[in-house]
Design a protein around this ligand. Structure first.
Ligand code: GUN
Length: 291
């Protein structure tokens, strides 16, 4: 079965819009998400544009702050402090990657954990590891939601997460190992130094491909009935597309699909779910559900 991330994301966004109507009619403050975009990176423009559009559709307030690529680190940190102290803004994100003269880590640590709806601040990461209420990072949270909505069994399953990035692989491995649903998997976190990756994949019930190598996972690496989640989104040039590029996942979809019980497509799988995650986190921020 193909997991329809686009459909589920829209369902969640509709549910959130219904919640916003209730908030409005009770006279309470409407959720407000802000985003800071530094420079003019094409992919970042697209992602932030999609986030702002989704906010508007759900009935949230949204603010987009555009900063020039040449902004100093201090100027950016001051903007973050301003948003931390703005009672109108429930949560905000600073779109990554940032220009190389700015430390992303410093930026992340300057965001108040209470407003860190990306879930990147060490306080939120620590709370996630401890299984305390926290904002979960958008991609792993989206995958968890997708598994939940399709009732995918995870308890006692073996799972390999390929790729140990801070924002996808590492948190994904923790969430799937937690004592909850989805969770209770026996997780292997594989990375560039892993030996016998083919064998590990072949023996896994669930494979999360998040290494950023287009079409890396082939049918020989997948056992019959496996669940395959493809987090890859590499842009490659394509002559006959309007945008001039197409998106490739980390999975050879056409051959792997034959073996899977569930698989996510690219595009239309994990990607759209990240938007739903961000809105869910912003709603939580608005309701002060975490802090
Ligand atoms: N760049 C790629 N993914 C993300 C994300 O989830 N949040 C932010 N802020 N930047 C990103």
């Amino acid at each position: 079965m193909i997991l329809d991330g686009k459909k589920i994301s829209l369902e969640i966004q509709d549910e959130i819009a219904a919640e916003v109507l209730k908030i409005k009619s009770s006279g309470k403050k409407i959720p407000h998400l802000a985003a800071i975009l530094v420079g003019n990176d094409g992919a970042s423009e697209t992602y932030v544009g999609a986030k702002v559009k989704a906010c508007e559709k759900a009935g949230f307030h949204s603010s987009l702050f555009r900063m020039p690529a040449a902004i100093t680190e201090n100027e950016l940190l001051n903007k973050i402090i301003e948003l931390n102290n703005d009672p109108n803004i429930d949560g905000f994100i600073v779109q990554l990657p940032l220009p190389s003269h700015i430390s992303s880590q410093k930026v992340i640590e300057t965001i108040s954990p209470e407003k860190d709806v990306d879930g990147f601040h060490p306080v939120n990461v620590g709370r996630m590891v401890l299984n305390l209420p926290s904002y979960l990072p958008a991609t792993p949270f989206g995958i968890i939601q997708l598994m939940k909505r399709y009732n995918i069994e995870t308890t006692g399953k073996s799972c390999v997460v390929i790729g140990r990035s801070q924002i996808v692989g590492t948190p994904m491995s923790i969430l799937l190992a937690r004592n909850s649903y989805p969770g209770n998997c026996t997780v292997t976190l594989a990375h560039s130094k892993t030996k016998n990756l083919n064998e590990i994949c072949k023996s896994s019930d669930i494979i999360i491909a998040a290494l950023g190598k287009p079409e890396f996972l082939n049918a020989n690496m997948v056992k019959d009935g496996a669940v395959v989640i493809d987090v890859g989104i590499t842009r490659v040039p394509a002559q006959n597309s309007k945008s001039g590029f197409k998106l490739l996942g980390d999975v050879k979809f056409d051959e792997v699909v034959e073996k899977c019980s569930f698989i996510t497509p690219v595009p239309g799988g994990v990607g759209p779910m990240t938007i739903a995650s961000l809105l869910m986190n912003t709603l939580k921020a608005n309701r002060k559900e975490i802090y």
